[in-house]
Design a binder for this molecule. Structure first.
Ligand code: UD1
Ligand code: CA
Length: 461
């Protein structure tokens, strides 16, 4: 395998997005558009990647991080000029250089592999990835001779009537022999309708120098769709979402309604898990096997083991162990750890809370900054009073304790093992192991009280 390099163009302004955010940073299934391109490159073992930045360069760099090389194109003078900015990083290398656009995120590694294979097999100086489109308007057209050899690419704006009739278009993705590419680029001028330095001119330059130029026609033109405005952004998102759902279904996940299931690109799901509609699986969420997720689960950066059920729930940045049942209507906030076979029921909010195996918090509770042991029962309406107005404090409930309904646990406080808290108690001191804490007024029954009240007029006794 020859060495592989890549230049990703991401300097353009993307005015049609009408956005403060740089176009290539708009997220698609949970990831910046250009990150999809970089991830695809990683799949085909291209590790020497130069991203050409210009507009909002700092924002693009900070989103993509330090693992890649950046080249600055201060003024956008055309695609050839953009690629030239990568020259200092790649000029002496031998091998194949791929050119991609940061706003063409649907391209798959399969297609890229086919393009590279074709390029190597043909021993070409350049290979263009092309697509045959029913409506080629706006794209550069591939001009071939009678025997089918690629002669040049002509931009729509520069094309004649006859050339505009050609339906085979330049997707803007290419493989070049690295050294020949730099040589050709140095000869590109800006003598065209747009006054830009066109990368596409390299094709004709190479051809005229007697080099072999080839084209690979992609089977699914959808992959070459670029994103220029928010309508195309939504179309790209829909395509990618469908693709992601299909991948999971092929891997053994049941998705009952893929059109209403929203799974981010990097989410992992085990086999025989069922995902019901209205579910959002975001970020780096990992779900085990045999789970039932949804309807209406919104899970971000969650780690979920096998045989877990989650319905009508929002959960963020937490872990759930096997066989736990969550919801309906639970809210799991970051830093929580829910143990094996735990039940978290309706209108329960957890925040930074550990809940040990087999414990139950079935209804209407707020448990924040807490450590709940194993086999604990937290009665309906229990609240950890974790905030004193200035600081957060911790509540500990040890194994096999029983907290009665409507208890307030005023932190910092600890309830010992096998202890009981009576319903309606406000606990602000530690409860020893095996003790019963009652912290409420004793009940007083005032006998005959009803007879002492003034009677309302017209009302029977
Ligand atoms: C380009 C191709 C066209 C192809 C089409 C496919 C050229 C001359 N034309 O046209 O043949 O059919 O893509 O979508 O290459 N960019 C920079 N710096 C620049 C100019 C552009 O980084 O100075 C980046 C843009 O941000 C964008 C990409 O290069 O990501 C393409 O540029 P754009 O001006 O949109 O080219 P098209 O006119 O679409
Ligand atoms: Ca474009």
């Amino acid at each position: 395998m020859s060495n592989r390099y890549a230049v990703v163009l991401a300097a353009g302004q993307g005015t049609r997005m009408k956005s403060k955010l740089h176009k290539v940073l708009h997220p698609l299934c949970g990831k910046p558009m250009v990150q999809h391109v970089l991830d695809t490159l990683a799949e085909v073992q291209v590790h020497d990647v130069v991203v050409v930045v210009g507009h909002e360069a700092e924002a693009v760099k900070s989103a993509l991080g330090d693992g890649i090389t950046y080249a600055m194109q201060a003024e956008q003078l055309g695609t050839a000029h953009a690629v030239q900015q990568a020259l200092p990083h790649l000029q002496d290398k031998r091998g194949t250089t791929l050119i991609l656009y940061g706003d063409v995120p649907l391209l798959t590694s399969d297609t890229l592999t086919q393009l590279i294979d074709c390029h190597i097999e043909q021993q070409a100086a350049a290979t263009v990835l092309t697509a045959v489109l029913p409506d080629p308007t706006g794209y550069g057209r591939i001009i071939r001779n009678e025997t089918g050899e690629v002669l040049r690419i002509v931009e729509h704006k520069d094309a004649s009537e006859a050339e505009r009739a050609v339906q085979e278009v330049n997707t803007g993705i290419y493989c070049f022999d690295n050294e020949k590419m730099w040589k050709a680029l140095s000869q590109v001028d800006n003598d065209n309708v747009q006054g830009e330095y066109y990368l596409t001119d390299c094709i004709e330059i190479l051809r005229k120098a007697g080099e072999k130029v080839s084209a690979f026609v992609m089977s699914d033109p959808e992959e070459s769709n670029g994103v220029n405005d928010r309508v195309q952004l939504s179309q790209a998102e829909a395509s990618m979402r469908r693709r992601i759902c299909e991948r999971h279904m092929r891997n053994g996940v049941t998705i009952t309604d893929p059109d209403h299931t929203y799974i981010d690109a990097d989410v992992k799901i085990g086999p025989d898990t069922v995902i019901h509609p209205g579910t959002y699986l975001r970020g780096r969420t990992v779900i085990g096997a045999d789970c039932v997720i949804g309807p209406q689960a919104d899970l971000t950066d969650m780690v979920i083991a096998d045989k877990v059920a989650v319905s009508y729930t929002v959960a963020v940045g937490s872990e759930i162990e096997a066989e736990a049942v969550i919801g309906p209507f639970a809210y799991i906030r970051p830093g929580s750890h829910i143990g094996t076979s735990v039940k978290i029921g309706d209108f329960v909010e957890l925040k930074n809370a550990k809940v040990g195996a087999g414990s139950k918090i079935p209804h209407l509770s707020y448990i924040g900054d807490a450590e709940i042991g194993q086999g604990v029962n937290i009665g309906c309406g229990t609240v950890t009073v974790n905030f004193d107005g200035a600081q957060k404090h911790k509540t500990i409930v040890d194994d096999h304790s029983f907290i009665g309904c409507n208890a307030n646990l005023v932190a910092p406080v600890r309830v010992g093992k096998h202890a009981y808290v009576a319903a309606g108690s406000t606990i602000n001191q530690d409860v020893p192991d095996e003790a019963l804490a009652i912290a409420r007024e004793r009940q007083v029954n005032k006998l005959g009280y009803a007879n002492k009240l003034p009677r309302k007029q017209g009302k029977k006794q």
